[in-house]
Design a protein around this ligand. Sequence first.
Ligand code: C5P
Length: 302
Amino acid sequence: MRVKTNSTMRLFSPAKVNLLLAVTGKRDDGFHDLVSLVTPLEFGDFIEVAVSGDAGSIQFTCSESSVPLGADNLVVQAVEAFRRGTGWDLGLNIHLEKHIPMEAGLGGGSSNAATTLLALNELAEKPLEMEALSELAATLGSDCPLFLHRAPLIMRGRGEQIEHLPAEVSGSLEGQAIAVFKPSIGISTPWAYGVLAGHPSYYADSVAVENRLESWRKGELSLKDLLHNSFERPVFEKFVAFPTLFDRIRSELGLHLLMSGSGASCFCLLPDMAMQEPLEVIVKDAFSDSVFFKVCRLGANV
Ligand code: C5P
């Protein structure tokens, strides 16, 4: 959804889930190589950007009081990167309407940064082509470039190499209902990568992963059989409530589920909306009533 009135824009900033997240090894630059099938959700934040105030100024507010508003916020970093990259420095008033839980593996911060870049590029009348925007986004975080595109896609490298899917393949995902849930555990992404680096046998085999993706693309492997996340092993070894809960959901409800990113969010494919209620009961029983629980669809039709 996008509304542009003179020099004000309101943009949807989607959450994402990784349907496949295979970390295949450590690189010389300290990052990891990965292969991931990732999709935006029809659930996310909203960002309003208005041109106002003195040149070079930023007024940044957020509906959620725990969100840092200073230079460590990726929205502010996106503005600074865009100004450096283009020389465009009109004053800005930015409001973030926050719905995506933070440190959750749902890409909230990266989505906010990429969406801010898209808004600024539009307000500045498109000084940057997609390739240059993507390079700027990659300087802000490995997950940022994917949010410049509002469709399911495949990420490789450290996350910056994007492969678009043919319409019939991405269309097969769009509209799929899922339930996303997250207990109030924060999992640090560098910690999760660090555990993998300490156990090289936990890395996925890149050839096997590419073969599975290819089979899924050809329709020979179903989505439920493609689901895989290399971070489940290290995270589940530390937080044992997850595997216990996953086993219970699988055996009692027969549903397919996966952790997203480095956690702690998980999602469950919902073949039938009637499963939502019993699922929510089990998830709240395992964690608490305060667990984040949201039913939404894959895709970007907001
Ligand atoms: O790029 P981003 O800021 O999201 O990365 C956070 C941290 O996660 C990095 O400092 C690195 O430790 C780890 N990381 C990695 N390989 C990736 C992405 C992130 O090792 N592909």
